[in-house]
Design a protein around this ligand. Structure first.
Ligand SMILES: Nc1ncnc2c1ncn2[C@@H]1O[C@H](COP(=O)(O)OP(=O)(O)OP(=O)(O)O)[C@@H](O)[C@H]1O
Ligand SMILES: CC(C)(CO)[C@@H](O)C(=O)[O-]
Ligand code: BAL
Length: 279
């Protein structure tokens, strides 16, 4: 497995592979890898000749009061996991290699970030859209795989790929969960044992709503009220949002007609967790 730390080194290797006719599958991550990330590598491997994983805690997608410094990191372990999974190359640059001192070019979307996580993380999707655009130009992937856990991020990336004519196929990977239902996330490492128990309220609320919808409930106000009750009955929880929206536009809906995305963001202690399901 090759390890590249500079954009020019990575891009030169990618150009080489392209000349040889190889199809490159990219899995962008911020590291501290878990089974969710590994499942995306398997999807990429099934659709490409070789897989490149990027490991980069991207500073531009963190707000000033967010957890950039504290974000969990373990590069040695991540590299071992990538090697075991048959990854061809890991791209792991330093922030200064990605954003030089004169850096001033950003990609932002007009509408999709004005919902859900974008409301409490105002600079987040501009940072994500910028770094993903740069990764596409550096790694030159034929396809790139992102997790459905970050549903809004996947929607933003699909949109920007179409809008900016990147010749990249975007694929989504299903949410991988712990045995008890908690969606895997690098940030789960922040949870104390007591908070880890409270964190189950997200997947429990989704399950509860799924069964209510199955029984015929269509009223979003009622479904929101019962979700709120489930979440706030657990210690250390604070709701950022409970949203029911159109899975394409992310506009809020007030009843379940066609397919609806239910998305949650909940702070458990100081850890912000997200989860979602489409009904
Ligand atoms: N449980 C999961 N199942 C499937 N994909 C996931 C899961 N968790 C993360 N991913 C995907 O992995 C990619 C890299 O995400 P990232 O490195 O931020 O991991 P994360 O665990 O989501 O971290 P964080 O705790 O910061 O949200 C993203 O496309 C993300 O959607
Ligand atoms: C897509 C991404 C790697 C961009 O930094 C990040 O937002 C993530 O890990 O989901
Ligand atoms: N998984 C999305 C990265 C972030 O929360 O910053």
């Amino acid at each position: 497995m090759e390890i590249y730390t500079t954009p020019t080194g990575m891009q030169a290797q990618s150009l080489n592979w392209k000349r040889q006719g190889k199809r490159i599958g990219l899995v962008p991550t911020m590291g501290f890898l878990h089974e969710g990330h590994l499942s995306l590598m398997d999807i990429a491997a099934a659709h490409a000749d070789l897989v490149v994983v990027s490991i980069f805690v991207n500073p531009t997608q963190f707000g000033p009061s967010e957890d950039l410094e504290a974000y969990p990191r373990n590069l040695e372990r991540d590299l071992a996991l990538c090697r075991e999974r048959g990854v061809a190359a890991v791209f792991t640059p330093e922030p200064s290699d990605v954003y030089g001192p004169e850096y001033q070019s950003y990609v932002s979307l007009e509408k999709l970030p004005n919902h859900l996580c974008g409301l409490s993380r105002p600079v987040h999707f501009r940072g994500v859209a910028t770094v993903v655009s740069k990764l596409f130009n550096i790694v030159l992937p034929d396809l790139a795989v992102f997790g459905e856990k970050d549903f809004q991020q996947l929607a933003v990336i699909r949109r920007l790929t179409a809008d900016l004519n990147f010749p990249v196929r975007i694929m989504g990977g299903p949410i991988v969960r712990e045995a008890d239902g908690l969606a895997m996330s690098s940030r789960n490492a922040y949870l104390s044992p007591e908070e880890r128990v409270s964190a189950l309220c997200l997947s429990m609320a989704l399950k509860h709503v799924a069964s209510e919808v199955e029984k015929g409930e269509r009223d979003v106000a009622l479904l929101k009220a019962s979700t709120e009750k489930i979440i706030l009955s657990r210690p250390h929880t604070e709701i950022d949002y409970i949203a029911f929206c159109d899975p394409q536009t992310l506009e809020a809906v007030d009843s379940i007609g066609g397919p609806v995305l239910m998305a949650l963001a909940v702070k458990v202690g100081s850890t912000r967790l997200i989860d979602n399901q489409v009904f």
